[in-house]
Write a protein that binds this ligand. Structure first.
Ligand code: NDP
Length: 496
């Protein structure tokens, strides 16, 4: 099947010289600005140039967000904030194909996935937060102080927006992860400065232009581009009240340390995982294999919650491995803009090289059941891979690969299996595959993970909090959990 036609507006957007988005304006690159090249991972060609923000521009973005927080945004009612978020969702959908194409060109994500998640589910998230804008409230409380002179007491709590939030996001699902942050921030009355990954800033730069057309007031949402230095400047800025970070555990630790050292700035961290799927002896193997193929290899496995470790009851392991390897060998690899393709490229060169290194380790240390090779030719393509570990200490069973690789470990004893499942610094997600719901209910509390799915994996819903335990993070996104993170709780006690 041929690739889809690239829209003319996508070509003209890519050709522009991209800079920062500050105080409602797209700023042309300052003269002499360092330029970041955005590469299409399917072709290895540079498709756009984006100026890195200077220190003065980062300061200007925080100043704009501060002025908006104290001014226009403070005067906007919760109802108006909700209405704006709804219009932002509408604007995304009205330009959905354009945004999806930009996202697929910069990340190698299948066009289906860009349409469904980075446009569709991003709009869903904005509408979800729109609903919350009018429902964020404190409590009334009854103090128990003794009344010494006949006075009475009443108390209440107020939810106040924390202020300017710095959002730092990774390259894998930039629009959706950013919307989880700015949707929450804006619903609570905060303003934001976002720093996308330097590998994939383009879709967000186009989105904020659309949001301005939908009525986003100047300064409420700003974007600065750059790498770790830019992120660090934001974290250290005295006017940033909170940092909301999504990325790797290593960077997350640096972000958390910097936030504490800066001004005891509050922070939330959504980090990596080494997520386990557990296939019990009674599981429906065909359903499990289909579910694991869909969730372990979607976006070439570059999904934080994707299953990377597969613990299979010894009596079913050969059947599972055979069915999975058979299906993986038939996945169609190619351009993410070809609607028939099932595997695109790895999103960027450093990640591609990292995955190739893990392939080398797998060939040396474990049993490669299929894949573990680069695809010849242009682009950062690799074969979808299935590994069978020889020991629970195999590197592929211990370190986050963030690629299209699942590593299988058979188990005989459930107690032993649970030890292996939890023997990791990470704790983002896990899944149990079984027809025995009572057994699942007994196992769920024993699995150390922020989310446990049963007979499914990587199913994220706006209504359900998402985040990690152990080294997979601090805090939660989605659900109502975000309210704690984007508001301060003020207590008021009155005597009368
Ligand atoms: P990184 O940690 O490398 O980068 C994340 C963001 O932090 C990027 O914007 C990056 O900029 C920036 N950054 C890099 N260094 C610093 C620093 N010292 N201070 C402040 N900011 C910095 O992660 P990746 O982008 O490689 O994303 C993949 C990782 O993200 C995986 O581990 C994955 O599991 C995790 N992830 C977690 C999710 C969750 O919800 N739990 C969801 C999605 C991904 P730049 O890219 O420009 O260097």
């Amino acid at each position: 099947m041929p690739c889809i036609q690239i829209l003319p507006e996508v070509f003209s957007f890519l050709e522009r010289q991209h800079g920062q988005f500050i105080d409602g304006q797209t700023r042309a690159p300052a003269s002499g600005a360092a330029m970041l090249s955005v590469t299409n991972p399917a072709t290895e060609s540079v498709i756009a140039q984006v100026a890195a923000a200077s220190e003065a521009e980062v300061d200007a973005a925080v100043a704009a967000a501060t002025a908006a927080f104290e001014g226009v945004w403070a005067q906007t009612s919760p109802y108006e904030r909700g209405q704006l978020l709804l219009r932002m969702a509408d604007a995304m959908e009205a330009h959905g194909e354009e945004l999806a194409q930009i996202e697929s060109l910069t990340t190698g994500k299948s066009i289906h996935l860009s349409r469904m998640l980075d446009v569709g589910q991003t709009a869903v998230a904005l509408r979800y937060y729109a609903g919350w804008a009018t429902k964020i409230s404190g409590q009334t409380l009854s103090p128990s102080f003794p009344s010494l002179r006949g006075e009475r007491y009443s108390a209440m709590t107020l939810r106040e927006p924390v202020g300017v939030v710095a959002g730092i996001i990774p390259w894998n699902f930039g629009p959706m992860i950013a919307a989880w942050k700015f949707g929450a921030a804006l619903a609570c009355g905060c303003t934001m400065v976002l720093k996308p990954s330097e590998f994939s800033p383009l879709t967000l730069l186009r989105m904020v232009e659309l949001f301005t057309g939908a009525g986003l007031p100047d300064g409420v949402l700003n974007i600065v581009n750059g790498g770790g230095d830019c992120g660090q400047q934001l974290i250290h800025h005295p006017d940033v009240a909170k940092v909301s970070f999504t990325g790797s555990a290593g960077t997350g630790i640096k972000v958390g340390r910097a936030a504490v050292a800066a001004h005891l700035t509050r922070f939330t961290l959504e980090l990596g995982g080494k997520n386990a799927a557990i296939l019990l002896a009674d599981a429906n193997v065909d359903a499990a294999v289909t579910g694991l193929l869909q969730t372990g290899y979607v976006h070439q496995g570059q999904v934080c919650a994707a299953p990377e470790r597969l613990f299979v009851s010894q009596e079913r392991v050969d059947e599972v491995c055979e069915k999975m390897a058979q299906a993986l060998r038939h996945l169609k690899i190619g351009s993410p803009l070809d609607e028939a393709v099932q595997q695109g490229p790895i999103s960027n060169k450093p990640q591609y090289e990292k995955v190739l290194q893990y392939f080398e380790t797998a060939h040396r240390q474990s049993q490669v059941l299929c894949g573990a090779r680069a695809v010849d030719g242009t682009g950062y393509f690799v074969e979808p891979t299935l590994i069978r570990a020889r020991t629970p200490q195999d590197v592929l069973l211990c370190e986050e690969v963030f690629g299209p690789v699942l590593t299988v470990m058979p188990y005989e004893d459930e107690g032993q299996m649970l030890e292996w499942v939890n023997d990791t610094p990470f704790g983002l997600s896990a899944s149990l595959w079984t027809n025995d719901l009572a057994k699942a209910m007994r196992l769920i509390p024993q699995v150390q993970a922020g989310t446990v799915w049963v007979n499914m994996h990587t199913f994220l819903d706006c209504a359900v909090p998402f985040g990690g335990v152990k080294a997979s993070g601090v805090g939660r996104e989605l659900g109502s959990a975000f309210i704690d993170d984007y508001t301060e709780l003020k207590s008021v006690i009155m005597a009368y």
